[in-house]
Design a protein. Structure first.
Length: 84
């Protein structure tokens, strides 16, 4: 008997919380006052690392393309002409 009372009380509280969080004003307040500042702070902190990763990826891509070009020239037996 005691467990059904607890489940009923828990179900009642859960339903109240669900109805509370389904309100448009509550969702808007949570988004604007909690989620947006947290996400802005996180993005501010990790943006330099994202930029660094992008730069490193571009440099890696360039080095791979240069290596591929050198390999292709060696397979064909053509020496690249270096002027200078």
């Amino acid at each position: 008997m005691k467990s059904t009372t607890i489940e009923t009380w828990g179900d009642t509280m859960m339903q109240k919380w669900i109805l509370f969080f389904e309100k448009e004003t509550v969702q808007s307040n949570i988004k604007h006052r909690i989620l947006d500042p947290i996400l802005r702070h996180i993005m501010k902190q990790i943006f330099p690392y994202i930029l660094l990763i992008c730069i490193m990826f571009v440099l890696l891509l360039i080095s791979v393309l240069i290596t591929l070009g050198v390999i292709i020239f060696q397979v064909r037996g053509v020496e690249p002409k270096i002027t200078g």
